[in-house]
Design a protein around this ligand. Structure first.
Ligand code: NAP
Length: 426
């Protein structure tokens, strides 16, 4: 007889879907710091639609977006969904996962039940006019991040995803390492390759903020693979070696400078000169790392308010500052004189489309990218992992959580008879 609820780490037979599951949830009356906001409870296993897939989660990746979700800021994700007609009064976060497919909708050809997959977090409505026209689905008004804007993410025993989100799992990685890289990696890939003509070029310097963080660790490796020259910025020299081992050309300690934050008004001559002095000395530190008076053709941005003025100042003429976040704040001030006379580009970027996610996943499959798994947590430690991230006290690289995988290090690939022909060919 099938069970209604399985303990964490005990796997139901492939294809057997219980009625209920354990999930780590956020509720509106608990919004606040992750340690307080995230709790484990029992919820029903979600139904799937014709183009969807139900995945038994073996491991989940930890990302900053569920630090935001825990706070209900800047977006109250539960209220936003309820306004759009969704009945769920809780949020199951988690935008990265590795797992096994347990059920597929009737229109789905890949993946099939039993396939081992990693999941990218980009979702959209396939019936959207823009998507049908072949426009990048990242520009569709229907685009949403699974496990953040959409409910039923990977901090649960089962997750519901659109079939196109599933990609083959790298054969040489454990379940937790497989779950650690996709969100940050595909985001970094789009930032560095998605906006021609400002794309990675061999021998070109690239400034990478937060080089030892999730995005930064992926960006350094993508740059290295292209033969570009990534200069990593970090907050402590203890992170230098980590970045150098990933392929950084050199590192800068941001705490050696103090001009961070919003630009002083241009009419405040004294304040502005002070800021300029700081920005110039930071630019000089880049030259010292490169051994050459060259400016970065791409600046890989995400801290936002504290760093954007310096990013735009140091970026090369005709270069691009590409940003996907504002961790330190959203009022990113710009001195437009540098923007127009030096013809620089300030480009926004958000996650990645199917092609970019697949291209990045292939780099991992080919062993070109290390997922940089730093620490693996137990399921009940999901709040702790997010609290550490909130406090910027988390380890270098990317963190993961065991959900269905009973212990660390499992999942290194062996032949599995239950794989579909499509998965074997992938
Ligand atoms: P992470 O692992 O915490 O890394 C971010 C790094 O930024 C930290 O390691 C820190 O390194 C650095 N940092 C923090 N505050 C800073 C400041 N004031 N000035 C300069 N550097 C600072 O986080 P992540 O996963 O890389 O994500 C970073 C941000 O990007 C988050 O806000 C996340 O939500 C966002 N994000 C957006 C997308 C998207 O698709 N739009 C995708 C992924 C992530 P040091 O202290 O060593 O400098």
């Amino acid at each position: 007889m099938s069970r209604d609820l399985w303990p964490i780490g005990e796997q139901p037979p492939v294809g057997e879907v219980p009625k209920n599951m354990y999930a780590c949830t956020v509720r509106r009356d608990r919004y606040g710091e992750p340690l307080h906001s995230l709790r484990i409870e029992t919820v029903p296993v979600p139904d799937i639609g014709d183009d969807e897939v139900l995945v038994y989660v073996m491991a989940a990746g930890v990302n900053y977006n569920n630090v935001w979700a825990a706070h209900g800021k800047p977006l109250d994700v539960i209220a936003m969904r309820q306004k759009a007609g969704c009945a769920d009064d809780f949020h199951v976060g988690g935008s990265d996962a590795s797992g096994i497919v347990y059920k597929v909708g009737k229109n789905v050809s890949y993946p099939q039940v039993g396939d081992e997959v990693v999941i990218h977090c980009g979702t959209w409505d396939a019936d959207c006019g823009m998507v049908k026209e072949g426009i990048d689905p990242m520009f569709s008004p229907t685009f949403s991040i699974w496990g953040y804007e959409l409910n039923w993410g990977s901090f649960a025993q089962f997750t519901r995803v659109q079939a196109h989100q599933c990609l083959p799992r790298p054969r040489h990685l454990s379940w937790e390492a497989s779950a650690a890289y996709m969100l940050v990696g595909a985001t970094a890939y789009r930032m560095l390759y998605g906006f021609p003509p400002n794309v990675l070029r061999k021998g070109e310097p690239v400034l990478v903020w937060g080089g030892a963080g999730g995005l930064g660790s992926m960006a350094i490796q993508i740059c290295r693979a292209a033969g570009a020259l990534p200069v990593a910025v970090v907050s402590d020299p203890s992170k230098f070696e980590y970045c150098m081992n990933l392929g950084a050309t050199g590192c800068i300690n941001r705490n050696d400078f103090s001009h961070w934050g919003m630009l002083p008004h241009w009419s405040d001559q004294q304040g502005y000169e002070q800021w300029l002095k700081g920005a110039r000395s930071f630019g000089k530190a880049i030259w010292e790392v490169l051994g050459d008076r060259r400016a970065p053709g791409i600046v890989f941005e995400h801290p936002g308010e504290t760093t954007i003025p310096t990013s735009l100042f140091t970026c090369a003429t005709g270069g691009m500052v590409v940003t996907c976040a504002g961790t330190s704040g959203y009022n990113a001030t710009v001195d437009v004189r540098y923007l127009w006379t030096r013809q620089k580009r300030l480009q926004g970027s958000h996650f990645a489309n199917d092609e970019q996610s697949r291209a990045f996943n292939n780099m991992v499959i080919d062993g070109v990218i290390d997922p940089c798994l730093s620490r693996t947590f137990e399921f009940h430690e999901i709040p702790l992992a997010h609290q550490l991230m909130f406090e910027n006290a988390h380890p270098h690289g990317n963190m993961a959580v065991l959900v269905g995988a009973p212990q660390r290090g499992l999942g290194i690939y062996q032949e599995r008879p239950h794989l579909s022909p499509q998965a074997k060919a992938a």
